[in-house]
Design a protein around this ligand. Sequence first.
Ligand code: HEC
Length: 118
Amino acid sequence: MNHHLHNWLLGIGVGLALLMGSAFAEEQPSTERLKEGWTVFNRTCTVCHWPGVGGAPRIGDKNAWKDRIDSGRTVLYRHAINGWTGASGKRMPARGGNWNLTDDQVRAAVDYIIHNSR
Ligand code: HEC
């Protein structure tokens, strides 16, 4: 193989590996983070997101979460914090209706949902 081409391909390979490495890291919240998310989820979100009440996507239902997760973590954070009505007309209440939660607690619960629904 042409030497230059070989180096070039090697470069791409390393670049891709780095890219995938960082994407993977982004998708793996720490155990601490998941524990916090679990606590928030069980206090506030589970009433709708465990049984799937009122059109809420059930936690663990990969089909129900696929497109939502694909829209990106920051979008899901925003929808959970500010509230959101999807195309179906179902309403996700801001902070799950619990105004005592900080933005970061809501984000932790979203991380927990994503971690268990993909
Ligand atoms: C009163 C019921 C209810 C509670 C409580 C609730 N949700 Fe929801 N949530 C919904 C419904 C309904 C939807 C779906 C909205 C739609 O698709 O139209 C939803 C959707 C979502 C979505 C997906 C948003 C998107 O862009 O697709 C996220 C993320 C979410 N909820 C996070 C949370 C978190 C985190 C909590 C707890 C802090 C919580 N929810 C509590 C009803 C609830």
